[in-house]
Design a protein around this ligand. Structure first.
Ligand code: UN1
Length: 498
């Protein structure tokens, strides 16, 4: 039996799987809390120190390992992930709750990133440029930065860690990885696979623990040179502030209140599919979830009717059951938060079109289930139109024109993803130009970003460098540009001097 598949999860420090000296908490299946997936350590600060120290010690050897050789290890990890996709995807579903197709999709995103970054090992390009002076050349190249703290959330237990780990490693950095305590087993399995692929000791260290103590301590550790965080805006903003002093490289990917605009000329059947997938896929627990539908007044009533009818047909349940469309929320706090917004919406005068209650009957009694919830007659000032809920909760807002719709879409604190359904090419061009979010989809929902494009938002959605993508995203985040001038004239040549 491999260490991380035993029920008591271990930390991985300097090439060894070590039992934590901290206390342990239960890692529960959110669809059935009688199923304890693992016991996860709340590690101590001393264990974080050891992991950072191991990463510092391993840095020199890894930095000097040729990037294509680093890429071969990542390629092997990608192959191992492929071999393990079924079991790992099922573990993601059991531990996080998303339906199995999405659990497998989570792992697929990690596989995609592993192959992509393996290839980047042969493509970490810089530039050469002419010099003002004879017999002199100039170039830029990318170098690693050092030790990175990678702090990841529970909603994508393998994909988001992969977004961070693979680019950090291909660039030559070493890593201390702290996954969410709600999905530590899938994260541990991912780390095991990387170790099995041949990473040298200390290059990837894994420390379990909670965000408030281990996460913050790690992010602000003197031995850490950069932080990549995905999670809530409040935590990301705090960590970024704490990291601002020592001038660490930072990327924080945070909340969203992502709109889908549905114009009067849209293919409404297509828009409906997009709204369902974007709003209720992953039980609305994506930072890219389509939590606002901004619908043109000419099709508002028709579309709301279609949405209600289609949502009523969704099956809620354990994500491992084949016919289920929507799984549970991750924990009681998230369930209570989403339920509390039902009261907020009602108090604000919005119309509860569907849902709004927890589901506790029969097989659902031991899980954190909630009815997919739709509010209509939502106005842009309402809290349910402005605040991130992170649950199966969609607010439908009426707009009277494209300009009005775009104004509503932009007028929130967040700006991660956005979408428009229209068959008018001019409307799509205006939306593409004027939506202020980091990502704009045309005739597709707000979720489903592909790993080879940069990912990140504006306002409270994103802070610092972008994630994913290549040289404009992740590689930029995990490298520093160095400039080299080489004078081979054999004489002192003075630039800018006549
Ligand atoms: C997130 O929810 O933090 O675009 C990331 C998407 C996924 C990633 C979501 N590929 O929805």
């Amino acid at each position: 039996m491999t260490p991380a598949s035993t029920k008591k999860l271990r930390n991985h420090i300097n090439g060894k799987w070590l039992e934590s000296r901290g206390s342990f908490i239960k890692d529960l299946n959110p669809a059935d809390t009688s199923d304890v997936v693992a016991h996860v350590p709340v590690s101590t600060e001393a264990e974080v120190d050891e992991a950072v120290h191991a990463a510092e010690e391993a840095y020199e050897g890894w930095r000097l390992t040729p990037a294509p050789v680093r890429g071969e290890i990542l390629f092997r990890a990608a192959e191992l992930l492929q071999e393990n996709k079924k079991t790992l995807g099922a573990l993601v579903t059991r531990e996080m709750g998303k339906i199995l197709a999405e659990g497998l999709g989570d792992v697929q995103e990690a596989i995609d990133m592993a192959f992509y970054m393996a290839g980047e090992g042969r493509r970490l390009t810089g530039e050469t440029m002419p010099s003002e002076l004879p017999s002199k050349d100039c170039k830029t190249f990318r170098e690693p930065i050092g030790v990175f703290a990678l702090i990841t959330p529970w909603n994508f237990p393998t994909a988001i860690p992969a977004w961070k780990i693979f680019p950090a490693l291909i660039a030559g950095n070493t890593v201390v990885f702290k996954p969410s305590s709600y999905t530590p087993a899938a994260a541990a399995r991912l780390a095991e696979i990387l170790v099995e692929a041949g990473l040298p000791p200390g290059v990837l260290n894994l420390v379990h623990g909670n965000g408030r103590t281990v996460g913050e301590y790690l992010a602000t550790h003197r031995g850490v040179n950069g932080l990549s965080f995905t999670g809530s805006s409040a935590v990301g903003e705090k960590l970024a502030r704490l990291c601002a002093g020592p001038k660490k490289q930072v990327s924080c990917e945070m909340g969203g209140k992502n709109p889908i605009i549905i114009m009067e000329d849209a293919n409404l059947d297509l828009a409906l599919e997009g709204a369902l997938w974007g709003g209720f896929g992953t039980t609305g627990q994506r930072c890219t979830a389509a939590s606002r539908l901004i619908v043109h007044e000419k099709v508002y009533d028709e579309f709301l009717g279609m949405l209600k009818a289609a949502t009523q047909k969704l099956t809620i349940g354990n994500g491992l059951t084949p016919a289920v469309d929507v799984g549970p929320l991750i924990n009681k706090d998230q369930l209570n938060k989403a339920l509390s917004y039902v009261k907020v919406g009602l108090d604000e005068g919005a119309t509860l079109v569907l849902g709004g209650r927890a589901l506790t009957d029969g097989d659902l009694k031991d899980g954190f289930f909630m009815e997919p919830t739709i509010f209509g007659d939502v106005t842009p000032e309402m809290r349910i139109a402005r605040e991130e809920i992170f649950g199966p909760f969609v607010s439908v807002i009426k707009a009277d024109s494209l300009t009005h719709a775009i104004n509503i879409a932009n007028n929130v604190e967040y700006g991660l993803s956005s979408a428009i359904y229209t068959n008018n090419v001019n409307s799509s061009a205006v939306a593409e130009r004027d939506l202020t979010a980091g990502i704009v989809y045309i005739n597709a929902p707000t979720i489903g970003a592909e790993i080879h494009l940069p990912f990140g938002g504006t306002g409270r959605s994103g802070l610092g460098r972008k994630e994913a993508g290549g040289r404009c995203g992740a590689i930029d985040m995990f490298t520093r540009m160095k400039v080299v001038y080489r004078d081979y004239s054999g004489a002192l040549q003075k630039a800018q001097i006549d």
